[in-house]
Write a protein that binds this ligand. Structure first.
Ligand code: PRX
Length: 634
């Protein structure tokens, strides 16, 4: 089993070793897994192409490490503990033995339907155990999973299917979340009309049993294909650097890109970080409230916990159904030991009042995690006092889809804590801060652009189908460094505080979005001539979406127009991207070279118009006063 750090001194020693001799350090961690064939070389890398290979020529299958390896020692222990949306419904559990059997059955069903090693399989499913099972079944046979969050629109789903030329899409009939019953298969049907010819199989899991159209010749029922399959499926032998999955994420330009993670390094790093950050002990109940549609769900609901032989909770519902006490009711009922959620959820629940917390016994909680966006001090204090009762430490974990695993964050109770600070880097992670001119900022009490100097096992390998984009986006800003896109401060104690994105990426309720992506969606409306989207501070969401719009002619009914715009965004991307504020303007502040001055738009959107800086160089300085006067946030 992966090594676990048990004190601050041990952390310091491990960190030092990981910097002095990274290869020996990671080889030691990798040794704790089952490999079909050991690697010839630990690491081969350069950041200029980039080309990063971990555990070179090692052979393995990650599911043998998630499942088979545990059968003897903990076959009857619960692996997945499913909490349905309906609070009165019974929990569904899969022991490691049962999960192994189910994964094998689904893997066999996929093979019987022509899915082979290297094929891409798209998942568009709610948070039900079959999603985790399906993902593992892909990994079992060497197919590459590409999970698309089930809140994305048909258009967004189609874009992702096309980009990866997926051979199959696996979905549910419906998705029940809170009081809503969302027709998932219908969205897939729409996507299938959008040039998604690569799809040969649509496998439909019956979740609610509601009506669905199965007339497409490619559509098959999950249960009909899976029931009766053998509970044994020989795992495909994979190279360390074979692709494990693609996960799409937004950047500052263009369409979302498919971040590629590979088998060996991702396995080693997610297990190592899981065990250490959450200080998971045998028999603990661990709950991460994320959705498997995001990286947090991949690494810390599915892979990290199962690699560690943990019991991982999967929750189908939402934090506010049937009321704002749901998280805490579940924590009490399941006796959750490690709880991992996002600041936006904490802020939303905090706003509902303490009465939803006070009636539950939360004494089982030993470690509480935060992820996805900076956690403000007020939310941090509330989480620490009300949920953790000032006993359970908070691990504020900074990382990204591209990093595969947690990069900066506490290790359970073994690290010092400071509200709103992620803290120290994990062993193996060498962060640095740069100024805009490419100089490294040495010492403490400095603020700059957050980069990483040295590869870690779960760093992204490429962006699917476009390696140059990967190089450009992450490895070209600073020579021989991975650039994160975040700004950060290293305080007087050397602890990191993440300030936020320095590019045109916004973080809305922990969901990452490119402003250009939202603008492209808005521009689909026939009346829109041009638009500019910025983030603005939002009490619950962290950031809200503020859109400035130029229309072709004056709009009679502004309210109706706003609704139409929101609908266009919902159709193009999904409800998570809908603008909170829409301001119609006659022009956008532009430099003489035609670049939109977003700095001004951000300031106005944040309600701070006191000092907009020098606007005299603008092509159209007059427009600034108009924008200011009609601002929707004052
Ligand atoms: O800006 C950082 C923010 O989320 C971005 C990564 O988003 P995504 O790839 O969707 O992954 C989210 C889950 C790992 C980062 O560039 N972010 C993530 N965690 C934190 C954070 N900002 C501050 N504090 C965090 N703990």
């Amino acid at each position: 089993m992966t090594h676990q750090i048990k004190s601050l001194d041990e952390y310091k020693a491990a960190y030092q070793r990981s910097v002095d001799d990274p290869e020996a350090f990671w080889a030691e961690q990798a040794e704790t897994f089952h490999w079909r064939k050991k690697w010839d070389k630990v690491l081969d890398w350069n950041f200029s192409e980039p080309n990063v290979n971990w555990f070179v020529n090692g052979k393995l299958n990650i599911t043998e490490n998630c499942l088979d390896r545990h059968l003897e020692t903990r076959g009857d222990q619960v692996a997945i503990l499913f909490e349905p949306n309906d609070p009165d419904a019974d929990n569904i559990t899969y022991t490691y033995k049962e999960l192994h059997a189910e994964v094998c059955k689904v893997a066999n069903a996929m093979k019987a339907n022509g899915i082979e090693k290297g094929d891409r399989v798209c998942f568009y499913m709610p948070m039900v155990p079959e999603l985790a099972i399906g993902v593992l079944a892909c990994a079992r046979i060497g197919a590459v999973h590409s999970v698309v969050f089930a809140g994305f629109s048909a258009q967004a789903l189609a874009d992702r299917i096309k980009d990866a030329s997926c051979k199959a899409v696996i979905c549910s009939d419906y998705n029940v979340r809170g009081a809503k019953n969302i027709p998932v298969k219908k969205v897939v049907d729409e996507a299938l009309k959008m040039d998604t010819d690569s799809i040969e199989l649509v496998l439909v899991h019956k979740n609610t049993g509601g009506d669905v159209d199965m007339s497409d010749s490619r559509a098959k029922w999950w249960h009909e294909e899976v029931d009766g399959q053998s509970t044994e499926c020989e795992a495909e032998e994979m190279d360390s650097e074979d692709m494990l999955f693609i996960l799409y994420t937004s950047g500052s330009t263009g369409k979302p890109k498919g971040v590629v993670h590979t088998c060996g390094g991702y396995m080693v790093y997610t297990a190592y970080s899981f065990k250490n950050v959450f200080q998971y002990e045998e028999g603990d109940i661990y709950w991460c409230t994320a959705d498997i549609g995001w990286i947090t769900g991949h690494s810390y609901i599915v892979y990290g916990p199962l690699l560690s032989g943990a019991t991982t909770v999967m929750f189908e519902g939402v934090p506010t159904y049937p009321d704002a006490g749901r998280f805490w009711q579940v924590c009490e009922k399941l006796k959750v030991n490690q709880f991992y959620t996002a600041p936006t959820a904490i802020r939303a629940l905090m706003a509902q009042g303490d009465q939803y917390v006070d009636k539950y016994d939360l004494s089982s909680i030993k470690v509480m995690g935060s992820v996805g966006e900076p956690i403000n001090e007020e939310a941090w204090e509330w989480y620490y006092e009300k949920i953790g009762k000032k006993k359970a430490p908070i691990v504020d974990t900074w990382w990204q889809t591209e990093t595969g695993g947690i990069m900066i964050g506490g290790l359970g109770e073994h690290s010092p804590m400071k509200p709103a600070h992620a803290g120290y880097p994990l062993p193996g992670i060498q962060p640095c801060l740069m100024d805009a001119d490419g100089n490294e900022l040495e010492g403490n009490d400095v603020e700059g652009l957050l980069c990483v100097k040295y590869p870690w096992p779960s760093i992204l390998r490429t962006t699917y189908g476009d390696h140059e984009r990967c190089r450009q986006t992450y490895f070209s800003a600073f020579k021989d460094l991975y650039f994160t896109g975040d700004g950060a401060r290293r305080d007087k104690d050397g602890m990191y505080r993440i300030i936020g994105r320095v590019d045109d990426v916004i973080n809305v309720s922990g969901h990452r979005m490119g402003t250009a992506e939202v603008e492209n969606a808005i521009n689909e409306h026939e009346l829109v001539v041009e638009s500019a989207v910025v983030g603005y501070p939002h009490d619950i969401k962290g950031q809200g979406i503020y859109a400035y719009i130029i229309t072709a002619h004056p709009v009679d009914d502004e309210e109706a127009f706003r609704k139409e715009l929101i609908n266009v965004v919902k159709e193009e991307i999904g409800p998570i991207a809908k603008p909170d504020k829409i301001q119609i303007v006659s022009g956008l502040p532009k430099t003489r070279s035609g670049k939109i001055m977003r700095r001004i738009l951000r300031k106005v959107a944040s309600g701070d118009t006191s000092n907009l800086g020098d606007t005299s160089t603008l092509l159209n300085p007059g427009v600034v006063d108009e924008i200011k006067d009609n601002a929707l946030v004052k």
